[in-house]
Design a protein around this ligand. Structure first.
Ligand SMILES: Cc1cc2nc3c(=O)[nH]c(=O)nc-3n(C[C@H](O)[C@H](O)[C@H](O)COP(=O)(O)OP(=O)(O)OC[C@H]3O[C@@H](n4cnc5c(N)ncnc54)[C@H](O)[C@@H]3O)c2cc1C
Length: 474
């Protein structure tokens, strides 16, 4: 049982002394953005104070002070999470990592880069490129932090070729809940040295330790890329093409899918039509967006031709090559704004981020659409179809949040059960946070939940770090 204590004036003063008054917010001075992440529908809670540490030493001092005094601490990156992960359910202290935002050093001979956790994904990607290197993970939200990406094991567009964020972490500096500093992992490509604490911390959503420095892999930059838009009559036909692309060994960097209605909404929102909606009199119902990368343009064209053959045989209306830089930017800007577009529409929204074996995606999506229809709920979807990771949104024009959440919970329960039946998992990349805890427990059962809770107990016997998330009671 937790024994959390309120933040006394004396402790608040000590915290302020550690970070300095310009990096300290308290009471009414707290920006309400720190009450929630990008899904405030999962709860909005005011912390008692927000601190912005500048280095590992300050993080360690903050954690020790809070640990010794039973003050809950919730770590926050850029706050773009979608499962209530950085929401301070128990008040206490929010520790925002965004002042620790330096790219520290590239090791060009060993292909890695040391960064602080508050570096933005967009900054690291651009900086690596300026060094002729690729930082491969590419989650859709470019303004998320690398610390947040590692803590949620963020996936994104390129996971089908390069893997998820997890596959790019070599070493972590982490501060334990009691303030002790750990150096975990090494900047080497192979390690077989005991249990992997590195991989326990990756994806632990700020419940085990605070990440204060990371060594991430970088790769030689591929200098060429090519995207192709494939319109289809419907979702099923589009999705059936995906295993064929992979089986042909074409090594795509990404395979994204989108339904027609999200393409229409995005065109309206951005005032730019980048996906063709009608091809020779036929209306497109769904699309694949396939991207290849490499160093040789001719070789990419050969892969594109092989893809075209497969696509036409499997029912694509046409294959549109996106090679002009401005066209490329438009297409990827449109793809990256899908969630923003759905969020901008009136009404309420709840989301799922399931992953199913790629060959089961069409069955799963059809099932969820049918369940949604039977509840009068609009279902909208897009996602990383190459790895079976689907973003599915329940959307309704309503202002009755409680009734909406009860209804969407019924749909989600059915959908997650179907996902289990098909061999999938609750979350492919957004994590569990607070919102998906019960669904995780239903899916994995008590033995696995108890193992997770036991690990949490070893790292954090007082349960002060990010309480109420993933596997811990409220
Ligand atoms: C428009 C949009 C598109 C998105 N697209 C994708 C996508 O394609 N793929 C994807 O995976 N996600 C996506 N996301 C979700 C989100 O961007 C990711 O979950 C991201 O990794 C969160 O990073 P953050 O810095 O915002 O973390 P936050 O939201 O601040 O925190 C997320 C979790 O990480 C913990 N945490 C953060 N920093 C640290 C740290 N230094 N130490 C310990 N714990 C920490 C927090 O406690 C919390 O549990 C999208 C979100 C939006 C709004």
């Amino acid at each position: 049982m937790s024994n959390y204590q309120p933040l006394t004036q004396e402790l608040a003063q000590e915290l302020e002394k550690i970070v300095g008054s310009s990096d300290f917010q308290i009471g009414e001075g707290i920006n309400p953005d720190f009450w929630h992440d990008e899904m405030p529908i999962y709860g909005s809670h005011s912390p008692e104070a927000v601190v912005f540490p500048a280095n590992t030493e300050e993080v360690s001092q903050i954690m020790k002070l809070c640990y010794d005094n039973d003050i809950p601490v919730t770590v926050r990156g850029a706050g773009t999470g979608l499962v209530g992960g950085c929401t301070p359910l128990h008040g206490g202290v929010v520790m925002c990592m965004m002042n620790m935002n330096q790219i520290l050093e590239y090791d060009m001979k060993n292909f890695n880069v040391r960064v602080q956790p508050g570096v933005l994904l967009s900054e690291l990607a651009a900086d690596a490129e300026a060094h002729d290197l690729l930082y491969a993970p590419d989650p859709g939200q470019k303004l998320s932090s690398i610390g947040g990406n590692v803590s949620t094991n963020a996936g994104g567009m390129r996971a089908v070729k390069y893997g998820t964020t997890r596959d790019h972490v070599l070493a972590i500096t982490a501060v334990m809940p009691n303030g002790e500093v750990l150096e975990i992992g090494r900047p080497v490509t192979k390690i077989s040295s005991g249990y992997s604490l590195l991989h326990l911390i990756i994806g632990s959503e700020g419940t085990l330790a605070v990440i204060t420095e990371l060594t991430m892999k970088v790769l030689p930059l591929p200098h060429a890329d090519l995207s192709l838009i494939l319109p289809y009559e419907d979702l099923e036909t589009a999705i059936e093409t995906v295993p064929l692309i992979r089986m042909a060994g074409l090594d795509p960097r990404s395979i994204e899918f989108m339904e027609r209605d999200i393409v229409d909404s995005t065109a309206e929102y951005t005032n730019k039509k980048v996906f063709p909606t009608e091809v020779e009199g036929r209306e497109a119902g769904a699309y694949l967006l396939v991207t290849f990368d490499g160093s040789d343009e001719e070789e990419l064209m050969a892969r594109a031709e092989a893809l075209s053959e497969i696509a036409y045989e499997s029912g694509a209306f046409e294959v549109f090559v996106v090679d002009h830089p401005s066209q490329k930017a438009d297409v990827w800007d449109a793809r990256s704004s899908f969630l923003t577009v759905i969020e901008s529409e009136p009404g309420l929204l709840d989301e799922m981020d399931v992953v199913v074996p790629p060959d089961k995606t069409a069955i799963f999506l059809r099932y969820v659409h049918d369940v949604g229809d039977s509840h009068g709920m609009r279902i909208r979807s897009f996602g990383h179809i190459g790895d079976g990771n689907l973003h599915i949104y329940c959307v309704k024009e309503s202002d009755d949040q409680q009734a909406f959440l009860a209804e969407s919970a019924e749909i989600m329960k059915a959908a997650y059960a179907k996902c289990e039946e098909l061999g999938g998992a609750i979350s492919g990349e957004h994590g569990i946070g607070y919102a998906k805890k019960q669904y995780l427990a239903d899916a994995v059962g008590s033995t696995q939940m108890n193992l997770m809770a036991g690990i949490k107990q070893i790292f954090d016997p007082k349960g002060i770090l990010n309480p109420g998330k993933v596997c811990t009671e409220l």
